[in-house]
Design a protein around this ligand. Sequence first.
Ligand code: THU
Length: 134
Amino acid sequence: MSVVDWPALRSAAREAMGRAYAPYSNFQVGAAALTSDGRIVTGCNIENASYGVGLCAECSLVSALYGEGAPSRPRLVAVAVVDRNGAALMPCGRCRQLLYEHGGPDMLLETVSGIRPMSEVLPDAFGPDDLRSR
Ligand code: THU
């Protein structure tokens, strides 16, 4: 699982972006991830007339990670998030937390400043270990 096919991830994220339901912001987002069990899962943003209820692309990505049944508790290994032009988009703060839960500090993210680990994108993160250690 050492080599990540970033162009394939970007292209899957772009394809997912095409499925976005974003009639309110008109800001379509797509996300794709390589998982620890070798799948590529994707997500897009899904907005709602009750604006605050809308789902970010990363949220539907995490749902897809578990959506088809995941007895092996798969992890996110590498993630790409793109805007409507296919350019890298930084996950919002809530989504960084979501990704951290399922990818941990070593998960790789394609950012606007290159491929970086989650430990840099969400430094000193609060996570599952904090609940265990106190
Ligand atoms: N959005 C995402 O899908 N992911 C992010 O990390 C940032 C924002 C979506 C939410 C909303 O549907 C639209 O982009 C505009 O904020």
